[in-house]
Design a protein around this ligand. Structure first.
Ligand code: NAD
Length: 481
């Protein structure tokens, strides 16, 4: 019988109240390979009730003990690295090599980082002369709701639940219905690690049903959400009038700016990564490449040459660079944008079509890495998030123009700059309206740094103390001396 994913509520792996399940596809074959719960507000109510009940004991447990349990779960992820990487590759379509080198190690790193961070978390005291002492009390909020997307399933799931649990909150999490398997395996490890019942609850199902019920639940004090901008707007419209704390990490249309004085080889090699890692399904991928005019022809020719060496194929093959897109509908969306780019006057320099991978993966959702030139920065292709292996290349003349082009979308998540000129790096970084700027690198993360976007890429900052603070109430106490 096909494997059934179960909800994790009150420390037990259980079926949804509806007893209904949905198909879970392997994107590399296009075939259903497991089933996931079609949970609804009844499951959410049950999960919030047990999380609420577990809160008093969890939040008053010594932080060292909370930390030790999270560290134990991280140890178990490391022990099961191969199994997790395989599960994530099958569930998501990403190359198993990427899951093994990036997603799964980062998931255990998230747990370790926040487990130790919570121990070192301190709050301020201000001495107001001889008249008063003010001190700040940070207390865990209660039940937190964590909603995560499909593209980096375990990585982003743990990025949310780890600070919440470390801060002393209990959690109801809703992983993406398109990539639920690793959160299910994670639930099993929580049981093995002895996480007290009800502290973490994982409810699987549709965003519009289970996800929305979580956002609407009055006892859920905070919503930490990562996903699309349209969903973020919907969540904000429900949570804001209820005065919940919200953190929204949303979409991007990130610029990758290449100045003529860059280290050429590094700029090309890293741009390959920043364009096509995880099939371009990373919110931080640079999908608009701007190249200084005098370097444009040389850069584009070398970039395209290297793109053509990338292999698209079976995610389980160690040599595969690009695996399958997440779903049939996402494949259609990405191919639709490539068609639109042509209608908008774009010239496909390489790629542009679906790939049929023979054998096991012949029904999978594969697309060639695609580079498009000749488009105006204001056209739809250059304004909307495609979230696939598609990048555009455009020339610019001056630093001012590069900044203007970089800032010409409603998004502001991340940006990458390539220049050996230190003053320029500082100048441009200050002017580009993105929450994360990488100079001469990409996706280099220090988990202590604030993470998040500007404009329609979201509100709130995750990472470091920001994340631990998000899951606490802040109170100032003034003692008159
Ligand atoms: P999505 O918005 O469709 O779904 C994200 C999650 O929200 C899923 O778990 C989904 O079930 C749930 N959801 C959907 N509708 C909901 C509702 N009405 N109420 C509550 N929950 C609901 O996004 P996706 O397609 O899973 O992910 C891709 C998007 O995520 C892209 O736009 C990408 O840029 C973005 N993303 C952003 C970051 C970041 O850090 N800024 C990171 C990764 C992905």
């Amino acid at each position: 019988m096909m494997e059934r994913i179960l909800n994790y509520i009150g420390g037990e792996l259980i079926a949804p109240e509806s007893k209904e399940y949905m198909d879970n596809y392997d994107p590399s074959t296009g075939l259903v390979y497991s089933l996931l719960p079609d949970s609804d507000e009844r499951d959410i109510r049950k999960a919030v009730a047990v999380a609420d009940k577990a809160f008093a004991a969890w939040s008053s447990l010594a932080v060292e003990k909370r930390s030790a349990i999270l560290q134990r779960i991280a140890d178990l992820i490391d022990r099961d690295l191969d199994a997790f990487a395989l599960a994530e590759s099958i569930d998501n379509g990403k190359p198993v090599s990427l899951a093994k080198s990036l997603d799964i190690p980062r998931a255990s790193a998230n747990l370790r980082f926040f487990a130790s961070g919570a121990i070192h978390f301190s709050s301020d005291a201000n001495i107001t002369g001889k008249e008063a002492i003010n001190y700040t009390l940070q207390t865990p909020l209660g039940v937190a709701g964590c909603i995560s997307p499909w593209n980096l399933p375990l990585y982003l799931f743990t990025w949310k639940i780890a600070p919440a649990l470390a801060a002393g909150c209990t959690v109801v999490a809703k992983p993406s219905e398109l990539s639920p398997m690793t959160a299910y395996l994670f639930s099993k490890l929580c049981i093995e690690a002895g996480l007290p019942k009800g502290v973490l609850n994982v409810v699987h199902g549709l965003g519009s049903k289970a996800g929305q019920a979580l956002v609407e639940h009055p006892e859920v004090k905070a919503i930490s959400f990562t996903g699309g901008t349209v969903t973020g707007k919907k969540i904000a419209s429900i949570a804001a009038p209820m005065f919940k704390k919200i953190s929204l990490e949303l979409g991007g249309k990130n610029p990758n700016i290449i100045f003529a004085d860059c280290n050429f080889d590094q700029a090309v090699a890293t741009s390959i990564q920043s364009s096509f890692s995880n099939q371009g399904e990373i919110c931080l991928c640079g999908s608009r490449i701007f190249v200084e005019r005098i370097l444009y022809d040389k850069f584009v020719s070398e970039f395209v040459k290297q793109v053509e060496k990338l292999s698209v194929g079976d995610p389980l093959e160690p040599s595969t660079n690009l695996g399958a897109l997440i779903s049939q509908s996402h494949l259609n969306k990405v191919l639709g944008y490539i068609e639109l780019a042509k209608q908008e006057g774009g010239k496909i320099l390489t790629g542009g079509t679906q790939v049929k991978v023979p054998g096991r993966c012949e029904g999978g959702y594969f697309v060639e890495p695609t580079v498009i030139a000749g488009l105006d920065h204001r056209c739809t292709t250059n304004q909307e998030e495609i979230f696939g292996p598609v990048v555009t290349v455009m020339p610019f003349e001056t630093e001012e123009e590069a900044i203007r082009l970089a800032n010409s979308t409603p998004y502001g998540l991340s940006a990458t700059l390539w220049t050996e000129n230190l003053k320029r790096a500082h100048r441009v970084s200050a002017e580009v309206k993105s929450g994360i700027i990488w100079v001469n690198c990409w996706l280099f993360r220090d988990l202590r740094t604030p993470f998040g976007g500007m404009k329609q890429s979201g509100v709130g900052r995750e990472g470091g103390w920001d994340a631990l603070k998000f899951f606490t109430d802040t109170k100032n106490i003034c003692i008159r001396l």
